[in-house]
Design a protein around this ligand. Structure first.
Ligand code: TYD
Length: 215
């Protein structure tokens, strides 16, 4: 069935929105599987630890890009394709566009080269719809500080890196307008969810209603 991905800078609320969309689908009797990247398979979770642990500070950008692609290859083959094949919707917290933006743009490896790498790794599986949650970087830093945690290796990158990521998402949106929908994430959870549901209805014809948001 449909493959829907959520993208955005850290703290943009992707996980919350993904769970709410899964609830909307469940209420409409639509079977949806949720996954997150990097991870979702034993190999992928191992790679996740390598990628996000602070001990690998200074990791080579190509090593980083290849590790994300490796985790993705396993997730697509073992989890995403079987689920789509059995008629389920798959909702993923990040996918190829994260690599295009973080590795291709912010790390400077090039969007085309990272796209090629990932098309190879996934057998060309692209999402039917990608929802980009836009949040300005200051907002993201504030949410991170409010959480009171130090953040992982990527979250610990300097402000400019995150600004490049946010600008990169806007650039991608212009490159792929048919697949990507940008949503302002600087408003309430309920408002963002309503925009997500509207995009799924309009772009994919999904007959879903917004799920109640508990406050
Ligand atoms: P995670 O804790 O899942 O962050 P978030 O909750 O913001 O999604 O960590 C994923 C981190 O990895 C995040 O900082 C973005 C980065 N990333 C890449 O650089 N490239 C990729 O291809 C993916 C999937 C993630």
């Amino acid at each position: 069935m449909f493959f829907i991905t959520f993208e955005g800078i850290d703290q943009s609320g992707k996980s919350t929105q993904l769970e709410l969309l899964a609830e909307s689908c469940a209420a409409a009797d639509i079977d949806a599987l949720t996954v997150r990247e990097p991870g979702g398979t034993p190999l992928g979770e191992g790679i996740r630890k390598m990628l996000l642990g602070p001990e690998h500070e200074g990791m080579d950008p190509w090593a980083e890009a290849l590790l994300y692609a490796a985790a993705r290859a396993q997730l697509v083959r073992d989890v995403i394709r079987p689920a789509l094949g059995s008629g389920r919707i798959v909702l993923s917290d990040r996918y190829i566009d994260s690599s295009l933006v973080y590795q291709g743009i912010a790390r400077g490896l090039g969007v085309e080269r990272i796209l090629d790498l990932n098309l190879g790794a996934t057998g060309g599986l692209m999402p039917d719809l990608t929802l980009i949650l836009h949040l300005d970087v200051t907002g993201s830093r504030e949410r991170l500080a409010a959480r009171g945690e130090g953040g992982d290796r990527i979250e610990g990158e300097p402000l400019e890196f995150h600004q490049q990521v946010e600008a990169g998402y806007r650039q991608l949106e212009e490159m792929y307008p048919a697949r990507l929908v940008g949503i302002d994430a600087g408003v309430t959870v309920e408002e963002v969810h309503a925009a997500v549901v509207a995009a799924c209805r309009e772009r994919l014809g999904l007959e879903i209603e917004p799920a109640p948001v508990s406050t």
